[in-house]
Design a protein. Sequence first.
Length: 366
Amino acid sequence: MNNHHSKEHRFSILVVDDEPANIDILLGILAPHYDVKVASSGAIALKITQQFIPDLILLDIMMPGMDGFEVCKKLKTDEALSRIPIIFVTALTQGEDEEKGFKLGAVDYITKPVSPSITLARVKTHLSLANQMRVTENLVAARTEELSRSQQSAISMLAAAGHYNDTDTGHHVWRMAAYSQCLALAYGWSYEKAYLLAQAAPMHDTGKIGIADAILKAPRRLTLSEMEIMRSHAEIGHRILSQSDTPLFNLAAEIALCHHEKWDGSGYPNGLKGEAIPESARIVSIADVFDALTMKRPYKKAWEDDDAFDHLKRGAGVHFDPTMVDCFLSIKEEILKTKRYWNQLEAEGKMASMSDLLPQVLFPTA
């Protein structure tokens, strides 16, 4: 039902009045300049707007059955019609009636008997304002979409950078992001906050880009000094991600720094304990470990799902937040459904990316 404007387009106007003489007058004024449709009652006008959305409505107030105020009220409660400018055409001149009309959402009044010049001037003004508003909104929407794509590309690149040397297909970061989002929602986070977490979580290991390959790929147990270097990836990631002061990257920086902290205070880099560890990092820690255990790697077989859940249960109160572990265990079916979805993508060789897969991460359909 959208109207498309071009250079050849003539704006459309719906005239609503129960008096044929009034309709004829307005047709004579407007028809040379605009495409005009007419309705002889409020009910007919509402039916017309279900099939056709005019650019502007000239609406009589005093009509039998449904008056102009009621028609305006109904139009403004319909999301698809609420942005249509409505000008009341009336013989009423009392201020309280005008005030009522403006409160209902009308943009202007024209009094009867109508003046052709005033009618044309006001119609032109409000059509121009409404059209400019649409153009501006379209530009803002396009710019917002462009910025969103740029941000999602940055997320994908930073996530890939952190796991550049990994041998998996890259689905790990997206799978654990999905688990993180599921747990956040189950734990009581709002959809908006959980969605932000799902975008931030894939960047948790960004700091590994600063760790030498000789350590990342070492085919042996790391020495103490090498382990200290490996552990520095948390702070490196935090420094990288903190360079962008936005809610998304602030959250990603927080996760990068704290996702190796442990509930009992034995984690790194700062030995945070219990609720001193940010909730975001506690959530990602559980999701990350579960996925790492249940995915096949060259040096290990994938754990059985029940064994991975039991590992989390044993780590509750030591490695993990015990309340969050209980919450994670309470949504086993959702977690396993999400796992199956991502494993299917991986089996089909479909490469994961933020731009086209994150909405499905949040709501897997298989």
